[in-house]
Design a protein. Structure first.
Ligand SMILES: [Zn+2]
Length: 149
């Protein structure tokens, strides 16, 4: 079990996000370049740096963000006791329907594997479960993301 902040909030939830970029905006960039760009946006918005705990590139590459023990800045009122993961959208349709537009199979595999290695995660949700936002671009069904034991 991971605990966050001085109050040691137990971490039981992963909240998924998208980057809300223009189509192709990050094409050709490395994971580190994407991280650096978003970090700069977050600094400009007054956050203390990159607000997520990590991101997944379209090819499934993971780039670490905040330490999991540090409270994120990604979902108002849900930051304590959650991890915010960002799926860098490729918007290349792999299957018919909106659900697959927003992430690739490589991201799906990598994210499931990441969640499976974190002890104590019980819920996977989307930013749009908590705010009037499109983010992460689809309705998160946690059975798609949580490993079955
Ligand atoms: Zn979001």
């Amino acid at each position: 079990m991971i605990f966050q902040g001085n109050a040691r909030y137990p971490v039981r939830e992963v909240v998924l996000h998208c980057a809300a970029i223009r189509t192709g905006q990050f094409d050709g960039m490395s994971g580190f370049q994407v991280f650096s760009t978003i970090n700069r946006w977050h600094v400009e918005r007054g956050f203390t740096g990159f607000g997520y705990h990590g991101l997944f590139m379209p090819d499934g590459t993971w780039v670490s963000g905040r330490n999991f023990e540090r409270i994120g800045a990604h979902c108002l009122e849900r930051n304590r006791g959650s991890l915010g993961f960002l799926l860098i959208e490729s918007r290349k349709v792999e299957r018919v329907g909106q659900f697959w537009d927003w992430f690739t199979t490589a991201q799906w595999r990598a994210l499931r594997a990441k969640i499976a290695e974190i002890d104590g995660i019980e819920r996977v949700t989307g930013h749009n479960d908590y705010a009037e936002k499109l983010c992460p671009g689809f309705k998160v069904k946690q059975e798609d993301w949580l490993p079955v034991f």
